[in-house]
Design a protein around this ligand. Structure first.
Ligand code: ZN
Length: 155
């Protein structure tokens, strides 16, 4: 683990294959990923946990009842908070289904933007888009929703 790795370095390093290896990124950051049934109102959580947390001391919980692509977005969003807002997380935050974790809208937007960059790096899009077929195929390959991909491609 290298705790000094920057979001840009992470994105660069993990932009070579689709779907982006989120477990690899979490491992690199020293964050533990766990799946748990969180009901219908909670997408995910990131918590300080000296026992279960990895080298960073943080655990990300993702809702096992969400579909895999949504789970990937949740993990990327929480990893983004970890990279950008670690000092604001305190003992932990819980995100509702719209990814509101008690932060300001601007902070949540920052996390969503970084999450999109992690899941759909432009370099990777350039590499795989020409042979991916239609937008549905491309979204499937990346493990993201078509809606998320369309927003990303409009940038
Ligand atoms: Zn959030």
């Amino acid at each position: 683990m290298n705790s000094k790795i920057s979001p840009q370095e992470i994105i660069e390093k993990y932009s070579r294959e689709a779907p982006v290896n989120l477990a690899g990124i979490a491992n690199e950051l020293g964050v533990t990923l766990l799946e748990e049934n969180l009901g219908t109102q909670v997408a995910g959580m990131i918590k300080k946990d000296p026992e279960k947390g990895g080298k960073s001391g943080f655990v990300i919980y993702v809702n096992s009842s969400d579909n895999p692509r949504r789970q990937r977005f949740t993990i990327a969003h929480e990893l983004a908070h970890f990279m950008l807002h670690r000092e604001l997380i305190g003992d932990g935050i819980q995100e509702d289904a719209l990814y509101r974790g008690g932060f300001t809208d601007e902070i949540e937007k920052q996390a969503n933007r970084l999450a999109a960059s992690i899941l759909m790096p432009f370099k990777l899009l350039q590499n795989i888009a020409p042979t991916a077929g239609n937008i549905g195929d491309l979204a499937k390959k990346l493990g993201v929703s078509e809606a998320a991909l369309k927003i990303r491609l409009s940038k």
